[in-house]
Ligand binder design. Structure first.
Ligand SMILES: Nc1ccnc(=O)[nH]1
Length: 426
């Protein structure tokens, strides 16, 4: 494969292997797989998507490499990222990680937050992420420094969303709930309301205030909900019933939902059936949930702690996978590569048809925003924005797929060859 040059806009790319979920049902098959595609670009947009017809001498030849549209990172924590060097928890598990985070936040100056947040976003962009949603911890009724600082963290070609991650207890007071929702609503677009909802802080009256204030300020929600193994965790069950009985016009992402996998099958199915009738997306975070759930010193974990993703898919609930924490008290490792998350899910959730079907779990921005009218990525007229995995094939992908070309609006922005450091081309 000849190398690509960053200086000029591309006419397009020939011979790309795209996932079946992205192609129209009439797309031709070759040896039981979707035939490769030729993509043509014009003014930074896709002007045509057709089955390959060689030779297309004016197009760069991808030689059958796998490619995806720009990927999404639906759940990150840019305020905490890259703090592991100074904040290693002394105990395992989620609540201990939260305690360690509280000790570290004395260091969260504007400069510290900017530097770490920018680095996280730049790493995500270099991997091919074009949309990243970060949660930002709130500690009082007024926005934390990180809420303001992350508004100024930018990376070319990446849409950044901010979610206020508010401990449920702060919503117990209806006027505080309203203040928080107003501050989020007045922070501009790409801002959502969220909450940390757990057996340790369960309060149905606070939940009601949270829902009312989100409605009053027309905010979408992204909730950390039932991130625990307690089968009797209340959050998702309460939410499913609340939404069945009360109108809520926004979209809701439910992140974690680990407890759904701890209770009975019947209990999970009942909650999923109710949620499937609402504008709700379920986000699984396999890496941190494997690390933080069933975590006891010196004991091998017996449970996986990951939500019932397959059952949610069967029930018709949109689903996504996120990386969650990167190099902080919650997770010491990570690099903002959605392929790492998908690789982890391959094993921990025993996913199959990874590339052709489940790669959607790291690309579906309509599932993240709830905007069902979003045009299909790579359809004619869409932005010519995609990620190519040179030398890849469906037998090894997503493992062994470090090599990457990121194309934004028809131009190469990042390229990494085998074993090379992340490089930025501009
Ligand atoms: N899994 C997590 C829960 C709460 N806060 C985090 O940063 N991460």
């Amino acid at each position: 494969m000849t190398s690509l040059n960053t200086a000029t806009a591309l006419n397009g790319i020939a011979n790309l292997r795209l996932p079946a979920w992205l192609l129209p049902p009439s797309w031709p098959q070759q040896s039981g797989e979707p035939a490769t595609a030729d993509l043509r670009f014009e003014d930074g947009k896709i002007s045509s998507l057709t089955p390959s017809h060689p030779p297309q001498l004016d197009l760069w030849d991808a030689q059958g490499a796998l490619a995806l549209p720009g990927m999404i990172e639906p759940h990150a924590h840019l305020d905490k990222t890259f703090t592991i060097g100074r904040s290693r928890p002394s105990k395992p598990g989620l609540l201990a990680a939260i305690e360690t985070m509280h000790q570290d936040r004395q260091h969260w100056t504007a400069e510290d937050l900017q530097q770490r947040g920018k680095r996280g976003l730049a790493w995500a962009a270099a991997h091919g992420v074009t949309h990243l949603r970060t949660h930002i911890d709130w500690f009082t009724a007024t926005p934390p420094v990180a809420w303001h600082e992350m508004a100024h963290v930018e990376e070319h070609g990446v849409t950044l969303e901010r979610v206020a991650l508010v401990p449920l207890g702060l919503f117990a007071n209806a006027s505080v709930a309203d203040d928080i929702a107003r501050a989020v609503a007045q922070s501009g677009e790409h801002c959502l309301l969220g909450g940390f909802i757990h057996s340790s802080n369960w309060d149905p009256a606070a939940m009601k205030n949270l829902m009312h204030s989100a409605s009053a300020w027309q905010l979408n929600l992204d909730l950390h909900i039932d991130e625990e193994l307690t089968a009797t965790a209340h959050g998702l069950t309460w939410l499913a019933h609340y939404l069945s009985e009360n109108a809520f016009s926004g979209h809701i992402c439910c992140s974690h939902g680990c407890a759904l996998a701890s209770g009975s099958e019947g209990q999970a199915q009942e909650v999923l059936a109710l949620l499937a009738a609402q504008r709700v997306t379920l986000i699984a975070l396999p890496m941190t949930n494997l690390l933080l759930q069933d975590a006891v010193v010196g004991r091998t974990p017996r449970q996986r702690g990951i939500t019932v993703l397959k059952e949610a898919q069967v029930a018709g609930i949109p689903t996504l996978l996120g990386c969650d924490n990167v190099q902080d008290a919650f997770c010491p490792a990570g690099s903002y590569d959605p392929l790492d998350t998908l690789s982890c899910a391959l094993f921990s959730l025993q996913l199959d048809t990874l590339f052709d079907q489940q790669s959607r779990l790291i690309c579906d921005s309509a599932a993240l925003t709830g905007n069902a009218h979003t045009q299909s990525p790579l359809a004619e007229g869409s932005a010519a924005t995609l990620v190519v995995f040179p030398g890849s094939n469906i037998a090894t992908w997503p493992l062994n797929s470090a090599a990457r070309l990121v194309i934004h609006h028809g131009r190469l922005t990042h390229q990494r060859t085998w074993n090379q450091e992340l490089s930025h081309e501009s």
